[in-house]
Ligand binder design. Sequence first.
Ligand code: SF4
Length: 955
Amino acid sequence: MMADGSEPKLDTSPHVSDEVRKTTCYMCACRCGIDVHLRAEPDGKMKVRYIEGNRDHPVNRGVLCAKGSAGIMQHYSPARLRKPLKRTGPRGSGEFQEIEWDEALAIATDWLEPIRRDDPRKLAFFTGRDQSQSLTSWWAQQYGTPNYAAHGGFCSVNMAAAGIYTLGGSFWEFGTPDWERTRLFMIFGVAEDHDSNPIKIGIGKLKTNGGKVIGVNPVRTGYNAVADEWVGITPGTDGLFILAMVHELLRTGHVDLDYLCRWTNAPWLIDRNPGETFGLFVRDGDGKALVWDRATNRAQPFDKPGLKPALKGDFPTPGGGRSTPVFELMAQKYLEPEYSPEAVAGRCGIAAATIRRLAAELADVAFNQAIEIDQPWTDFRGERHESFIGRPVSFHAMRGISAHSNGFQTCRALHILQVLLGSVECPGGFRFKPPYPKPVEAHPTPHRGARSKGPLNGPHLGFPRGPGDLALADDGSPARIDKAFTWESPLSVHGMMHMVISNAAARDPYAIEVLFMYMANMAWNSSMNTAGVMEMLTAKDESGEYRIPKIIYSDAYSSEMVAYADLVLPDTTYLERHDCISLLDRPICEADAVADAIRWPVVDPATQAEGRDVRGFQSVLIDLGARLGLPGFVDDEGKAKYRDYADYMVNHQRRPGVGPLAGWRGRDGDQFGRGEPNPEQLERYIENGGFWMEHLPDEARFFKPFNSAYQDWAVKMGFFDKPQPFVFQLYVEPMRKFQLAAEGHGERQPPDHLRDRIKASFDPLPVWWEPFEQAAVDSQEFPLHAITQRPAAMYHSWGTQNAWLRQIHGQNPLYVHGSVMEAHGLKDGDWACLTSPHGRIKVPVARNDALNPHTVWTWNAIGKREGAWALDPKAPETQKGFLLNHLIHELLPPKGDGLRWSNSDPITGQAAWYDLRVRIEKAEPGAEVSEPRLGRQKSPVGQGPKDVAYGEGWE
Ligand code: SF4
């Protein structure tokens, strides 16, 4: 209503755009389809005016979040890098000279070529949260260095590894609850910036259908805030809570025995004869695991049709010893009093009665509300079934339970719970998205064989089957600069990016020459011990040379890490480049459909004449590959094989007929999955809205790993070259092989100081131990847990320079429970000092009672360093924003044994971000700015305008 009482005249259908181009969002890892509205400006250039969701897209079906619509501000951000940069001042100063691409690429080639000839290990190439790992890993493999990984080691490798070793796939992009049919959904420790819109849409659907959502998280934000029940668990105790529910299900007999017999290794026989085979599966002469068949009263291969396998008992083995089924060992273990709800309640901060009730609710929905879909299908044993039986209970989890030093076994425990309920790959349960699940056997093992001017002898990363697959040099020393796949972290299947800088600066296990990184803000929010990492990046040796001699970094924005590079290769924004969301990488599939997608330049890249000359990193990598003459990047005459990334997306073949994109293959574009390259493939994607999708045949939709129709379809689509059926692994035999080595068996054994740790942690059935940092510190001195949550409105650090999103989170208080506030005389807006065994920060506080009372928390990656991201140096992000990272160290506090143990999971090496213990004290009156203050970097892109206006003539 206007002041004069009249209604305002609103134009409800303004002329928004002249053209709509459909591509894929990159404002978070969710990869929604977007319609980008463009309008022709007087100069003829098309400008982005508006972004909305693509209603036909399988990921978001038109839904767009605040981040997605704010992509417009990301694209026109003043923090965008403009040209290649050559460092002129000391590292970290931010002093650079802009150079042309020819010079930048010549410098990079001059640095990379000699070390490839001399010793390819001298290159360490690590990428952050990019979505082109199938290209970057292949590039590194062709270069020949073993030192490659992406960021999984400091993110959620525990979840990924536990999923693959147990189920052949994991949560987040690799599977989904069956939103249409699930009745009870339990979600653990999930940030809202992954799989975001599908989960929001799914929760809405589930609630509309009358289902229940249970959120398990120390903090009640995001999904937990809309949950029907919130379980405010104490950090690091999720595994104990889950195993107590397993205890209850076993005690009350609420497990799906038919499912366990048919689709898991529950009946597989375990060798119980002391010696080098103790604890391994009993196998026949062909290597097939055996079960005890009650019908024939003898041991039979597990995949023989018509078996009646025993789940308990003591049985003879073909070799004359004794054996026991996996299920009996499980039942014995988890029925022990130590896993009873009463025994774990105090530690978990959850009443025993609540644990018991939740287990009963899971069982009630799984077994009393079972569903059935009439659809005949045939399993891999050749047995015919008339329907799919569904258990409508589903789970989802991510970094919250993963980023602990007990995270791998916790994630395994959750998968065991799902399987006991029979709720994986069934109607109403958790379902995989093709090409998952894939058994461990379908994944590579790690490779380390580097040689002068030659490619590595296989993929860097993989899934070790036993000690023989560790990446150790002949003398037993680590083969990789990050020390992945060593006895300290044998199953570090995503590498250990968080250890690269400290190891490279220490020149341990060897010196490198070039550190090459992409999209990883290691000098700020992506590192533990942030100030220490800055020192390592600038450390010099006795001769005055940097201990890490050369650093190449690629980013689209002026992040804190840019200032620490010697050479900066400026990337484009996501609206200016080609990208490929590939089945060879992280798929965007649905449980019922296979799908992939592209990005393409919906906006013309800025030109040199406009003062901004940037190139998509993937195209730059392909250019460098050709300049270096890497195999696969040049033809027989040594000429570049691919013009750019778009050309690679269309013409590269990883195996005959299988390339980065599965849609519209074959010369005529009429083949899918497999087929020759199609020169018009990208045009077909663009015509179709930027994605391709094909539904599974009805018979193939459920029970994928055991379903013959799915297996045949997967071969046709090119996921496998032959059917790869498998059963879920409750008991993980490769883990037992590491234990056997620690017990003194086999040629490759761990050093003595690690034997006990491997024996204890590599239990082939999940166990729980107190997180290492919590066990190492005095709980009286550091009584609180401290964790971060990812804001729904931001994707890591990138969102905090976005003019629209900054209005949602311009600063981050430390949220403290009311009881702790009162005990320390704190009120909203006060300043407090937070101290860990490693450091101290000064922060503003705010009361938050929707919180586990022994925990404090803050939003992740809001704090910024002065001078970075083109922000005003006095912006709230730099003055009041802060990072918890300063309190976390990559090493544990000294234990007095002369060793500094890594602050990570002993199985996978996952960084244990959430094990942090702190104490809080009211700060002395003084300047109200967050601490530590780390000084101002010079900005290579200047500072953004004070106001950003959206409308006519804006930019
Ligand atoms: S959920 Fe992520 S990918 Fe989807 S619109 Fe939002 S920011 Fe974009």
